[in-house]
Design a binder for this molecule. Sequence first.
Ligand SMILES: Cc1cc2nc3c(=O)[nH]c(=O)nc-3n(C[C@H](O)[C@H](O)[C@H](O)COP(=O)(O)O)c2cc1C
Length: 184
Amino acid sequence: MKKNIGSQLALYPTPVTVIGTMNGNNPTWTLVAHVGIIGHEYVLVSLASAHFINGAIKKNQKLSINIVNESILPQADYCGAVSGAKEDKSNLFDYEMGDDGMPVIKKSPLVMECRVADIYNTKGFESFICKISNTYVEEEYLNESGKINYHELKPVLFEFPTYEYLKTGEVIGKCLSFKNNKTV
Ligand SMILES: Cc1cc2nc3c(=O)[nH]c(=O)nc-3n(C[C@H](O)[C@H](O)[C@H](O)COP(=O)(O)O)c2cc1C
């Protein structure tokens, strides 16, 4: 019998992202690892209500989700340590504007530009349910069939219990390739 360790937030690892939005004429960035997928069109970004970026997201009704790989991890980690309420974080990353007016980190391998569809409130948190408008990817991370190649893109993962960043793991096999060998 497994040990019951009570009600634990244990759905890890999750991808590390930098959420961006515009704060007036400048971007602001916040590190967020509590992200998720809802159906095939929506994604979820869960933010503590007290964060600086929330007000700007609510004003714009838009945000960008910048996937973090090891090349931008130092700056990403920094924007998870400092609040835009205390320090201007607009110069942390070189960025360009997406077609829907959201800041896109140039060195992030993959960025989704999103519109806020709804906000789910729980005590102390606002979870933004967002519809993806545009997806920007460095072409070197597309395979011959035009699909995103996550083996090469190598998103950094996060886990809360030990508060660590993890490397993306190895391939175990193709999905649905095990269905005839249930003993594996
Ligand atoms: C590894 C890591 C993951 C984080 N994930 C989240 C998260 O999922 N949701 C959240 O609200 N804050 C998260 N944070 C905390 C915010 O990034 C941090 O408090 C930030 O300074 C808030 O910035 P802001 O006030 O400018 O919005 C995370 C921090 C770190 C270091």
